[in-house]
Design a protein around this ligand. Structure first.
Ligand SMILES: [Zn+2]
Length: 354
């Protein structure tokens, strides 16, 4: 396994950033190439734990000659976000200087123009340089997994509908609890990788999505960082790479997938009707019916007449909950995967959240 670093000049004199890149060269040039990164939102660590446990497994496989496709891993993709601390809290989601989300505003470049991502970098901000380096590596793969997490959440993934149901093998390997099908060409990392493939030569493929996947996987909640889950998720990733032919051998893990599969327009964003303290009545992962009490918002502590009840707008499964317990009016409380159109407002091709 080779270890190199991408070095990016900072926006101010004397500053530079280093992004470690691990790479194993596969022995079969026809096998799928793999790219995985974690902590693009710098505070989202469950994927980092998974990759931490996956790397030694890959080294063992490499020693046995079982790595077939090239595998590139960036275990912590965003040192810029990891260094942003305000009043004791990391701000790993947005770049403080530009207010840009680290997982938005990726350029849409067709695959044949991929090398242009690395031209004129010296004229770009540090954050844009980081984005282009990551996107350049990812678009050179066939299997791209961008590992994120939610606040409090099931293990679920966003996946472009063109990769489904082919990606059932990922759901079975990881033991996914829900799949949210996206439809768009947003500027998020996964969609910019998809854009490059969709606007590139087919090669031996009948369809651009054949044998490929580019996804954002949500590895539960921000606090779900521990050795048991990390090892289990590493085994899931390993099994998926075996099933796709990037690593030799029978898959080491396979679960039955029976979770909900919902298009983004069928994900109900349940928002808080008022500002206050939230008392949750239901856990994520639970099945709810329309009208069930999900939470109480305490707007006036000490006066129950100010309590506001939040009822489920639909039948479905609670996929995520907000992590904070104080909310402003309109803040998202839960995402519920349902069979009903949600009517949630989204920008064309956009995601559920900014
Ligand atoms: Zn994220």
């Amino acid at each position: 396994m080779d270890k190199t670093e991408i070095v990016i000049a900072g926006d101010t004199p004397g500053a530079e950033w280093r992004i470690p890149v691990l790479k194993v060269v596969g022995k079969d040039p026809k096998a799928p190439k793999v790219y995985m990164q974690a902590a693009l939102h710098a505070g989202e660590l469950p994927g980092v734990a998974a990759l931490h446990f996956l790397v030694p497994m890959l080294q063992t496989a490499e020693a046995k000659g079982e790595i077939l496709g090239d595998i590139t891993i960036v275990p912590r993709a965003n040192p810029i976000g990891a260094a942003q601390w305000i009043n004791g809290e990391m701000e790993g989601r947005f770049d403080l200087a530009s207010r840009a989300n680290f997982n938005r505003d990726y350029p849409h470049v067709g695959l044949e123009a991929r090398e242009s991502l690395l031209s004129d970098l010296e004229n770009l901000s540090t954050v844009d340089q980081l984005k282009r380096h990551l996107l350049h590596m990812a678009t050179g793969s066939d299997l791209m997994l961008d590992l994120h997490c939610d606040d409090e959440s099931q293990l679920y993934t966003y996946v472009h509908e063109a990769y489904w149901p082919q990606a059932t093998d990922l759901a079975e390997s990881m033991g996914l609890e829900a799949v949210l099908l996206s439809d768009g060409n947003s500027s998020a990392f996964e969609d910019s990788v998809t854009y490059a493939w969709e606007h590139g030569p087919l090669g031996n493929r009948k369809h651009w999505a054949e044998g490929r996947i580019s996804i954002t996987m949500e590895f539960r909640g921000t606090a779900d960082v521990d050795p048991v889950l990390g090892r289990m998720d590493a085994e899931g990733l390993y099994a998926f790479l075996q099933r796709r032919g990037a690593i030799a051998g029978a898959p080491i893990r396979r679960e039955e997938f029976d979770g909900p599969v919902a298009g983004l327009d069928f994900v109900q964003m349940v928002n808080s009707p008022a500002a206050g303290m939230v008392l949750f009545e239901r856990e994520y992962g639970e099945t709810v019916e329309k009208g069930d009490l999900l939470a109480t918002i305490v707007t006036t502590p000490g006066d129950v007449s100010g309590d506001r009840q939040v009822l489920s707008p639909t039948d479905g499964t609670i996929v995520t909950r907000v992590g904070r317990r104080f909310l402003r009016r309109g803040d998202n409380l839960m995402k519920i995967a349902s069979r009903e159109l949600s009517g949630a407002k989204r920008k064309p091709g956009g995601g559920l959240e900014d």
